[in-house]
Design a protein around this ligand. Structure first.
Ligand SMILES: [Zn+2]
Length: 227
């Protein structure tokens, strides 16, 4: 359970991280409350500006409860402390990333690389063969996503490819099969969601859906089954 510590320590900072990075590309990071213009660092679980109490963050307690639920599921299924620490770290940063992806359709580099760097640093203490395979899987998955972002510029973005580095790393820890399965599951989930949204007439055929949340969901479901 000590493996969960780095990820648990991240949870109180998540809302501040989401607020800071929820801006369109080529725009300065958001550091001030849009109403009272005071500087914002940390945001409490109620999602309100600490100065003027205006709502500036996702639904109260939603981010915290989601992160805790994911960590509880991971702790239940994964006995290897090293794998648990790395996957928990990537998952909690992944939750910040998907909130930003839903808000502004981007996955900022500094968070995708922080997730990947931290995960790799933890796994590097593990079995060398397994680390090597995980690295190969993550490079393969990221390459596949980068290729898709070139072929379909309106669908995948470069951010998805960089997020795939982290997800490929944890899927690759369990092997090539789970890597393929996890990636495919992400597309199944996003396809089902797109069909649902089309049927509900909430989007048109051209409306782009952020893929980050489905990539993370496919990865977590696969990891929970493979562990
Ligand atoms: Zn304010």
């Amino acid at each position: 359970m000590t493996g969960l510590l780095p990820a648990v320590l991240l949870i109180p900072a998540l809302r501040g991280v989401i607020f800071l990075h929820s801006v369109p590309s080529d725009t300065p990071w958001r550091q001030f409350c849009p109403k009272c213009y005071m500087s914002i660092r940390l945001i409490g679980p109620r999602g309100r500006c600490p100065h003027c109490q205006v709502a500036i963050s996702p639904f109260p307690y939603s981010v915290e409860l989601l992160a805790l639920a994911v960590l509880a599921l991971l702790a239940w299924r994964i006995s290897d402390p090293l794998a648990l620490a790395a996957i928990a770290w990537i998952s909690v940063l992944g939750i910040a990333l998907i909130c930003i992806d839903v808000a502004v359709h981007r996955l900022p580099d500094r968070l995708t690389f922080l997730a990947f760097g931290g995960g790799l640093l933890i796994l590097a203490f593990g079995d060398i063969n397994r680390v090597g395979r995980a690295l190969l899987c993550c490079l393969a998955l990221a390459s596949a996503y980068l290729l898709m972002s070139v072929v379909t510029p309106n669908g995948m973005g470069l951010g998805d490819g960089k997020f795939a580095l982290s997800l490929g790393l944890i899927l690759g820890w369990y092997g090539w099969g789970p890597t393929l399965y996890g990636a495919a599951l992400g597309f199944v989930f996003s396809g089902l969601f797109a069909i649902g949204m089309l049927l509900a007439q909430r989007i048109t055929m051209k409306g782009a859906i952020p893929h980050g949340p489905f990539m993370l969901l496919g990865t977590l479901v696969t990891v929970l089954m493979a562990a």
